[in-house]
Design a protein around this ligand. Structure first.
Ligand code: GDP
Ligand code: MN
Length: 325
C-alpha cells in the first residue's frame, strides 16, 4: 500500500510544508486577474508558469474578475490549472460604465480623433473602462477589498525565474506598499492633460504628499512637467489599503472628474505610478529584481550570475529599469 500515489490534496500539503512558505506564514493575499473569457488559453499558460516558478509551493488563491459573467468552460479549465483556491467575480456596472458627468458624444469624437492619430488603443471604449476600473475600483471589489496585498497577473505573461521566497511575505515584512519589475515611459498622446490635473492635486492636497516622496522620479524639473515614467502595472504587487487610502482615492476622484479616462486615454499605469510616487515613502516602493517577467515585447530578466541559475531568460533581452537612475 505504500505504492499508493498520494492524493492531489496530500501532494499539495507536502509541497506547502517543504519550502519556507508554510501556511502559518502565508499572507492575506491573492493573485487578482482581470480577464475575458476569450483569453482562456493565454491565461492558463501564464498560470502554469506562475505555478511552476512559485505558487505550487505556496498555494495563494486566484481571484478572476470580468465585466461579463465567466463561462462554465472558462471556470472549469482555470480550476484544472491549479490546486490553489479560485474565485470568480463580476464587476459591478457602476465600476465599468460612464459616470454621469461624461459627455459621451464628446468622448466618441475624442476616440475617433485618437484613432486617426493612431494612438495605441485610442479607438477603444472597453480599454478605457478597463483603465478606469484598474485605476479606481479594483481594490473596492468584494473579493479584493479585504486582502492585504494582491499580485496582478494578465493572460499571456511569462515568469521565467524560480522563486525561493514569498514576495507577499517580503512586502509585509519590509512594510512595502508597491512592487514592480518594469518601468518605462508612457505614450504622451494618451495623457496630454494628466499632469496639469496632478499639479492641481498637489496644490489642493499638500497633506497627501509624502515628505520622502519620489517626485524627482516623475519629473526632471521639480514638478513642472511629467517625464512620462511609469511602472508597468500589468505586473504589480500592491498593498490594497494603499489603493483604498484617502490620498489615493482623492487623486483618482479628481482625475475621474476631469474626464481624461474618456476624453483622453489615461492608463492605470501612469495613474498608479504617480499616486505611489507622490503619496508613499520612496522606501515603500520596491523593484523585484528576482522576478523574471515578460509581457509582450518587454521583459525583465535578472542579470546576476547567481540569479541566472534560477532563471530561463536571456539577460540580453532585459528591458531594465528605463526612467530609473
Ligand atoms: P495591454 O496590456 O495594455 O496591451 O492591454 P490588455 O489587452 O492586455 O488588457 C489589460 C488587462 O485587462 C488584461 O488582463 C485583459 O485581459 C484585461 N482586459 C482588457 N479589456 C478588457 C475587457 O473589456 N473586459 C475584461 N474583462 N478584461 C479586459
Ligand atoms: Mn496586457
Amino acid at each position: 500500500s505504500d505504492q499508493q500515489p498520494p492524493s492531489p490534496q496530500q501532494q499539495r500539503q507536502s509541497t506547502q510544508h517543504r519550502g519556507s512558505g508554510n501556511s502559518t506564514k502565508r499572507v492575506n493575499a491573492a493573485f487578482v486577474i482581470l480577464v475575458q473569457n476569450k483569453e482562456l488559453h493565454d491565461m492558463r499558460k501564464a498560470m502554469r508558469m506562475l505555478e511552476s516558478t512559485f505558487n505550487s509551493k505556496y498555494g495563494y488563491p486566484y481571484i478572476f474578475l470580468n465585466d461579463e459573467p465567466f463561462t462554465e468552460h472558462f471556470k472549469t479549465h482555470i480550476m484544472a490549472t491549479t490546486n490553489a483556491p479560485v474565485k470568480f467575480g463580476q464587476i459591478p456596472k457602476e465600476h465599468w460604465s460612464y459616470p454621469a458627468h461624461i459627455n459621451q458624444t464628446h468622448a466618441a469624437l475624442c476616440r475617433k480623433d485618437m484613432e486617426m492619430r493612431q494612438v495605441p488603443y485610442g479607438a477603444s471604449e472597453s480599454y478605457r473602462h478597463m483603465c478606469r476600473f484598474e485605476s479606481g475600483f479594483v481594490a473596492q471589489h468584494e473579493l479584493v477589498k479585504d486582502l492585504e496585498f494582491y499580485w496582478r497577473v494578465e493572460p499571456g505573461v511569462e515568469f521565467s525565474c524560480e522563486l525561493d521566497f514569498d514576495p507577499f511575505l517580503f512586502m509585509k515584512t519590509k512594510k512595502l506598499k508597491y512592487g514592480f519589475t518594469i518601468a518605462l515611459p508612457e505614450f504622451v498622446d494618451t495623457i496630454p492633460t494628466l499632469w496639469d490635473n496632478v499639479k492641481r492635486y498637489m496644490k489642493l492636497h499638500p497633506e497627501h504628499l509624502h515628505k520622502r516622496n519620489s517626485l524627482e522620479w516623475l519629473s526632471y524639473d521639480d514638478g513642472e512637467t511629467y517625464n512620462n515614467c511609469h511602472f508597468w502595472t500589468n505586473f504589480e504587487i500592491v498593498s490594497v489599503p494603499f489603493l483604498q487610502s484617502k490620498a489615493y482615492m482623492d487623486l483618482f476622484r479628481l482625475l475621474d472628474d476631469a474626464g481624461g479616462f474618456f476624453y483622453e486615454r489615461w492608463g492605470d499605469a501612469p495613474v498608479r505610478s504617480i499616486a505611489a510616487a507622490l503619496t508613499l515613502d520612496r522606501k515603500e516602493i520596491h523593484f523585484f529584481n528576482e522576478i523574471g517577467y515578460r509581457h509582450g515585447i518587454y521583459e525583465h530578466c535578472p542579470e546576476s550570475p547567481a540569479l541566472q541559475l534560477k532563471c530561463a531568460c536571456d539577460p540580453e533581452d532585459n528591458f531594465g529599469k528605463c526612467c530609473l537612475s
